[in-house]
Write a protein of this length. Structure first.
Lengths: 143, 706
């Protein structure tokens, strides 16, 4: 099945009902996308489908035909959010970080703190109390 | 430029934000099998028969008879089997192991087990078995009560709490070189090493344990990884192939350890002007089915049970008993959040009974430099209880805010607390932790078994070493925690990684600097060859402790904290929404201000969950809500604004003055929040304070006049 993955068109063979999360990790070898709960509650497996954050553990592979998929590996490593998550304490253990950064990247540019809270409500972090994440988002916006 | 006190970039930061960091489930080996664990479905009984109701071809199947050494998870006591033989003591107890190349085949494998069930015990007060009893006594309790004008009594209850690291537990075992190498998500590689030597009957050099990047621990990956590593190793040795066991969320919540629930009773004598004359406390903790770390949890619990207050007459009695539930274990705070919740809500009730300002009552009784704790430990000049209290009160305008909110749907409350850094009493002496430093051409390489689990171990250790050697932060590298390469630095627990292990590294670096003298690193290496300096923990000479009498210096140093919480009650749903928590904490010295603040922020958020949201529902000895859908941890929407203030009253034996920081932040939020609920006029004495409990809570005026 053909779809766009991190800016490149790829053709991947997998069972159509296989979770997108597993296809990304196993068939595509992109292990930056993490599993935290397998039931769409924690957001660790967040990827962007046509720019929208989704829980890839709830998406059957069949649904990505012709779609643009972006994972943490597609963020080039120098995105302002990635740098700010390091310096502002947005990442501690790091397991929620890929999903959190992608969810943060999908927020409107001038989101207020309340809007940020709503936008990230589907992404659990057990380490930071979210304060470091808010700081990182604020800093990345100024960059 | 010195790096201590500066926001240097964390060592593994780039790997974590790019997805390059390798967690255990990101790793695989050629020929690797997937493993799973078949567990008991009854809380107590005997196994009568086991039947494999599936096509077993292609499977590796193992039970207790496949264990080459002794069938125990070696820790404190050797009472817990790695695989049940006949007796079942809790639901979700491991019985059988299966491995197969395909995960789908494993999921479909059905095993039928027949049991002879026995009557389970769930009430720790009615337990047939006490694992540990400890008592602290100071002064003459009767005299203290005779001096009192008023005696205040109360019972406080705390529930189970799940650590809920976002990365579930997992280990890969690889048979090699006549032994086995384990890769896993863990806090304490040497705990796993010790347990597997016994389980596999192998000498130390045949067991190698390597920590992979670990997605959170909070105590939940202190002791349990020894169990999983044991299972993976048994399967791998039987199959002769690598085996990976990764728990899904349900299994992780059903089977692994949680914070001990407890019942804490206080009886306190106090004079009319607010001076404590007698403190009598009874602590009961529920261990679950096996000892695991319960005696140590109880120890820390009772050593913190009085809260940070001075009193000449104290008795604390604690016991931890067995029930037929999965064993409880380490969780950030380790007994202290339970007992200090009780202490601080009780303190609030004493203020209510005296009709006294709650700040004033705490000011009168707070431990000061030179005072002695319940164990007779004389406090040094860094004892900053009054400092953190006054800063929290000042910063929040506490007294004025309290008057403003009176009678509204908002309330404000505070909690004063402390937390001992490092192992209890003689624990650090027994651990005799080692750390090592290797000279490199660029600078130095740190060799410690302390693990990075999110808190910033590698970064903070590198800062200490860099500044002691007088070299740039970037010139210090940190070896992975691999038992074949690093010495046993003791477990990564108990707020000890900075204060204790950091100090040993500081000593290594000082000696390295001396050895180098005026030579450059290159010259030294060319002339003398490799240089590795290994040092062991040194007990400060004035520290004296007795495990027999529980008298003396319980901990090397204490951190001190004061939290102020403002909450809002929904008048229709009785939900309590935390609006803001201010956390003022003295940690001696913040080696890295962002990482240290991150510990306080994260610990405080977990404490908010403990106070209000996180309810483990036990039904028939099993967690009934073992899913993220209905075990609720704070999301962005549930976490209040967190205002963090770090104060620095240095400890003379800590590296650069540092004391512990990891655990203390979780001690304060629950009592501060419940005291804010009390300010609303509701008599809550139990957490989590769910809407059901808040709705059922008696009106304060009526409750206290009974």
């Amino acid at each position: 099945m053909k779809f766009s993955l991190n800016g490149k068109t790829v053709d991947v063979r997998a069972h159509p009902m296989k979770r997108l999360l597993d296809v990304l990790r196993e068939e595509c070898g992109l292990t930056g996308t993490k599993e935290g709960c397998g039931e769409g509650e924690c957001g660790a497996c967040t990827v962007l489908l046509d720019g929208e954050p989704v829980n890839s553990c709830l998406v059957p592979f069949a649904q990505v035909r012709g779609v643009t998929v972006k994972t943490i590996e597609g963020m080039n490593g120098k995105h302002a959010l990635q740098e700010a998550f390091v310096t502002e304490g947005g990442a501690q253990c790091g397991i929620c970080t890929p999903g959190m950064i992608l969810a943060a990247a999908a927020l409107p540019k001038n989101a207020s703190l309340d809007e940020v809270r709503v936008g990230l409500a589907g992404n659990l972090c057990r380490c930071t109390g979210y304060e470091g994440i808010y700081r990182a988002i604020r800093k990345a916006r100024r960059a | 430029m010195p790096s201590v006190g500066r926001r240097v970039p964390r060592k593994e930061g780039a790997a974590k934000v790019t997805g390059a960091a390798r967690y255990v489930d990101d790793i695989s080996f050629p020929g690797m099998l997937h493993g799973t664990t078949v567990r008991s479905t009854v809380p107590r009984g005997e196994i009568l028969s086991i039947r494999h109701a599936f096509d077993t071809s292609g499977f590796t199947i193992a039970d207790y008879r496949d264990i080459p050494g002794r069938n125990v998870v070696a820790l404190i006591e050797e009472d817990q089997p790695c695989l049940a033989e006949r007796r079942i003591r809790h639901a979700a107890e491991p019985i059988l192991l299966l491995a197969h190349e395909e995960k789908e085949k494993l999921l479909a494998a059905k095993v039928e087990i027949e049991y002879r069930p026995q009557e389970p015990v769930y009430d720790p007060a009615r337990s047939e078995k006490t694992f540990k009893e400890i008592r602290i006594e100071k002064g003459e309790l009767d005299r203290g009560f005779r001096e009192a004008d008023l005696v205040v009594e109360g019972e406080y209850r705390v529930g189970l709490q799940e650590q809920l690291y976002i990365e579930t537990n997992g280990v890969i075992a690889v048979p090699e070189n006549g032994g086995v190498t384990l890769y896993g998500s863990m806090q304490c590689p040497y705990y796993v090493h010790k347990a597997l030597k016994v389980l596999l009957g192998m000498p130390g050099e045949k067991v190698r344990v390597i920590q992979t990047e670990t997605g959170g621990g909070f105590g939940g990956k202190e002791e349990y990884p020894s169990m999983i590593a044991g299972h993976a190793a048994i399967l791998a040795l039987k199959a002769g192939r690598p085996v990976k066991i990764i728990y899904d969320r349900v299994e992780d919540m059903l089977a692994t350890t949680k914070r001990h629930p407890g019942v804490i009773r206080h009886r306190t004598g106090v004079t009319k002007d607010g001076r404590l004359t007698a403190i009598d406390i009874d602590v009961l903790l529920d261990a679950g089915a096996y000892v695991t770390l319960s005696p140590v949890v109880l120890s820390r619990g009772i050593l913190h049970a009085t809260g940070p207050y001075r009193c000449g007459q104290v008795r604390v009695r604690g016991r931890v008993t067995m029930t037929n539930t999965p064993p409880n274990g380490a969780f950030r705070g380790f007994g202290a959040p339970q007992t200090q919740f009780a202490a601080e809500v009780h303190m609030e009730r004493i203020a209510e009974a005296l009709r006294m300002d709650p700040v004033r009552l705490r000011e009168i009784n707070a431990l000061r430099p030179g005072d002695t704790t319940a164990t007779g430990q004389k406090l040094g000049k860094d004892a900053s209880a009054l400092k953190v209290l006054r800063e929290a009160v000042r910063r929040t305008g506490f007294r004025k805010r309290r008057r403003q909110l009176a009678g509204s749907d908002r309330g404000i409350g505070l909690a004063l607390f402390f937390h001992g850094s490092g192992f209890t009493g003689g624990g650090e002496v027994r651990l005799a932790s080692k750390a090592a430093l290797e000279l490199t051409e660029r600078g130095a390489r740190i060799l410690v078994a302390s693990t990075e689990i999110g808190q910033g171990t590698r970064t903070m250790h590198a800062q200490i070493v860099a500044d002691t050697l007088g070299i740039p932060f970037d010139a210090v590298e940190v070896s992975e925690a691999d038992t074949a390469r690093v010495p046993d630095s003791g477990p990564t627990v108990a707020s000890r990684t900075c204060m204790v292990v950091g100090k040993i590294l500081e000593n290594c670096a000082s000696e390295m600097k001396k050895k180098l003298g005026k030579m450059s690193r290159k010259q030294y290496l060319a002339k003398h060859g490799p240089l590795i300096i290994t040092k062991e923990y040194e007990r400060p000479s004035e520290m004296v402790w007795s495990d027999e009498t529980y008298r003396g210096d319980a901990y090397g140093a204490y951190g001190w904290g004061c939290d102020v919480a403002e909450v809002e009650r929904d008048p229709d749903t009785y939900e309590i929404r935390p609006v803001r928590v201010t956390a003022v904490q003295d940690i001696g010295r913040a080696i890295h201000p962002v990482l240290a603040a991150g510990q306080i922020e994260g610990g405080t958020a977990q404490g908010v969950g403990y106070a209000l949201l996180e309810e483990v529902v036990m039904r028939d000895g099993r967690m009934a809500n073992a899913q993220l859908t209905n075990y609720i941890i704070p999301t962005t929407m549930d976490t209040p604004a967190l205002d963090t203030v770090i104060l620095e009253y240095p400890y003379e034996h800590g590296p650069f003055g540092a004391k512990g920081v990891g655990e203390m932040p979780i001690d304060g939020p629950a009592p501060a929040i419940v005291n804010a609920i009390r300010h609303l006029g509701l008599d809550v004495r139990e957490i989590p304070a769910t809407p059901e409990k808040v709705m059922a809570a008696p009106d304060l005026a009526r409750a206290e006049s009974r």
